[in-house]
Design a protein around this ligand. Structure first.
Ligand SMILES: Cc1cc2nc3c(=O)[nH]c(=O)nc-3n(C[C@H](O)[C@H](O)[C@H](O)COP(=O)(O)O)c2cc1C
Length: 180
């Protein structure tokens, strides 16, 4: 993994792909699948929704840290399987043959097999709605990763694979931060 400019980290989440969220509670590493994500601003600040029925939620509340890892379509099946079992019963890194890598700023691990990884700290937890607000504190990209297409949940068990990227910057009115 190579460091990735933090001010561009939002470009991985803005399209709303299915993501993996890693946590580590007292050395016990875990992964969950998540599709309810949101970009809040360019700082970069994100939000996602989860609740106490998930093992990851307890680790998030306790440690205040996680990594949002962005899988590409060759990991789609594994991603759904990861989101269909709980870390209370299985070590998902072992079961799904994924490699945890040490992050720089948080205790949760990066996932080597993912195209990008964003280290995050929880800055707010709106319990009424299960919303975690996160500040990204580090970002990584695997430049050698061949597959570059993400996938998106329809919500009914079907998924949409990313297609072609179209550059319409010239006609954008909204200001894009410098360097992005
Ligand atoms: C495609 C997909 C998307 C999901 N999105 C979310 C989500 O946005 N929020 C959530 O709380 N759970 C979501 N889940 C369910 C969790 O990933 C699932 O409950 C998981 O088993 C939790 O693991 P844990 O108990 O190890 O934390 C999703 C599952 C799948 C398969």
């Amino acid at each position: 993994m190579k460091t990735f400019p933090l001010n561009k980290a939002f470009t991985f989440l803005e399209p709303g792909p299915v993501v993996l969220v890693s946590t580590a509670d007292q050395g016990r590493q875990n992964i969950m699948t998540l599709s309810w994500t949101m970009v809040l601003d360019f700082t970069p600040r994100f939000a996602f929704m989860t609740g106490p029925w998930n093992y990851s939620c307890k680790a998030l509340v306790k440690t205040g840290e996680c990594v949002i890892a962005i899988p590409t379509i060759e990991l789609a099946k594994k991603t759904v399987q990861i989101g269909s079992c709980s870390g209370t019963e299985v070590n998902k890194f072992e079961k799904f043959k994924l490699t945890p890598l040490e992050a720089k700023c948080v205790g949760a691990p990066l996932i080597k097999e993912c195209y990008a990884n964003i280290e995050c700290r929880v800055i707010d937890h709106i319990t009424k709605h299960g919303i975690f607000v996160l500040d990204a504190v580090g970002a990584w990209i695997d430049e050698k990763h061949k597959e570059k297409h993400f996938f998106h949940a329809v919500g009914d068990g079907r998924f949409i694979a990313d297609g072609e990227k179209i550059n319409l910057r010239k006609i954008m009115i909204a200001k894009i931060p410098e360097g992005v």
